[in-house]
Design a protein around this ligand. Structure first.
Ligand code: AHG
Ligand code: MN
Ligand code: MN
Length: 349
């Protein structure tokens, strides 16, 4: 900013936003268990996300678009960036010896991390969707990373077990997502509210651009793949009709990117609901409880919103398998209440 009298640059009166590194150090004592281990883990996630961000931004320039010629454990075609992001997060977390286990949407089994001394000494397991919305890569549209962190339940010093990963979402100690959009933002919670940190790509530093994120009081955007409408259960069809009705504050408007991290981020900032119900062709839904729904649900609740499978709070669903899928309705509390009401009414008729 220049001073018209002196034509000199005057100091900007706005305080410089806190960096993610500063935030982690300043708030370490508020983190669950406060041993420094979770801080180091979040630090590693932000580092791996920078590497993935660099690659995402080169899509079209280097050979990373398109399919990797593999089918993943979900029976879905893997994109080259799916594989790159998966390897980047797993390597970053295992090399730093800060987790005792990792489960990824891209791999059939979880990985037990022994540490260089073979001691299995760490406390945390990470569950990750390394690249969310991968069909967007080839069209320069946003993609994300979604992560969920739990304290192990099996004894420290032994290899992690499946049970360490199959914990309900209300046991998460931290959760977050990185959205590689027009800018790159890391949004996370450790159970004390939600904060968003935007990456300055020139400096490689994340700044706290979105402090204490909360859903707006009211939402009016519904986000669903309406092309599948005919396959939706009656209650969800009724809710969509309700959204479209000319009444009071409605009709609502509709937006859909096809990447949960991006669609949820819009709902959080502007107010709205994201819906991915069970369908006649996918009777348990499409989204994965452990890698996608639980972490987004924790952020939603911490920001004053709600997340449901239509009848039950997502974070109370007891997982039975790593790659379990669930119907998912998440966003402004009032909107989630409305869809639950429509589902209940349809099941009573
Ligand atoms: P992923 O790329 O990790 O498999 O996730 C894609 C998911 C989710 O992000 C998105 O909301 C949904 O699939 C989109 O599915 P449709 O194409 O069926 O709408
Ligand atoms: Mn995903
Ligand atoms: Mn994915």
């Amino acid at each position: 900013m220049s001073n018209p009298k002196t034509n000199r640059l005057t100091p900007n009166s706005k305080p410089t936003p806190q960096t993610l590194g500063e935030f982690l150090i300043d708030n370490q004592s508020d983190f669950p268990f406060a041993s420094g281990e979770l801080t180091r883990l979040l630090n590693s996630i932000r580092l791996a996300a920078k590497v993935v961000n660099h690659n995402v931004n080169q899509a079209g320039l280097v050979d990373i678009t398109g399919a990797a010629q593999n089918i993943n454990v979900q029976g879905e075609e893997q994109m080259k960036l799916d594989v790159f992001a998966d390897v980047t997060f797993i390597n970053t977390l295992t090399n730093r010896e800060i987790v005792c286990g990792i489960a990824s949407e891209e791999n059939e089994d979880f990985i037990a991390v022994a540490g260089s001394d073979g001691g299995h000494k760490q406390h945390y397991v990470v569950l990750i969707d390394p690249l969310d919305g991968s069909s967007n890569i080839d069209i320069n549209a946003p993609v994300g990373t979604i992560f969920s962190i739990y304290r192990r339940t099996s004894p420290q010093g032994t290899p992690v077990k499946l049970e360490d990963f199959l914990q309900p979402g209300n046991m998460q100690v931290a959760a977050g997502y990185v959205l590689y959009g027009t800018s790159t933002i890391m949004v996370f919670t450790t159970g004390n509210g939600v904060n968003g940190f935007t990456l300055n790509p020139a400096l490689g530093t994340y700044y706290r651009s979105h402090p204490d994120m909360r859903f707006p009081e009211k939402g009016n955007i519904y986000s669903v793949n309406e092309g599948k409408y005919a396959t939706f259960p009656q209650g969800v069809k009724d809710y969509i009709k309700y959204c479209q009705k000319e009444e009071d504050d409605r009709p609502y408007t509709s937006r859909y990117i096809g990447a949960l991290a991006a669609d949820f981020h819009r709902s959080l900032i502007k107010g709205g609901i994201f819906l991915y119900p069970e369908t006649s062709t996918a009777p348990t839904g499409k989204l994965r409880l452990l890698y996608e729904c639980n972490p987004i649900a924790m952020i939603a609740e911490q920001a004053g919103g709600k997340a449901s499978n239509g009848t039950q709070r997502i974070m109370e669903v007891k997982p039975t398998e790593l790659h379990q899928r669930v119907p998912f309705f998440c966003g402004n509390a009032e909107m989630v209440d409305d869809v639950e009401r429509c589902i209940a009414e349809a099941s009573n008729t």
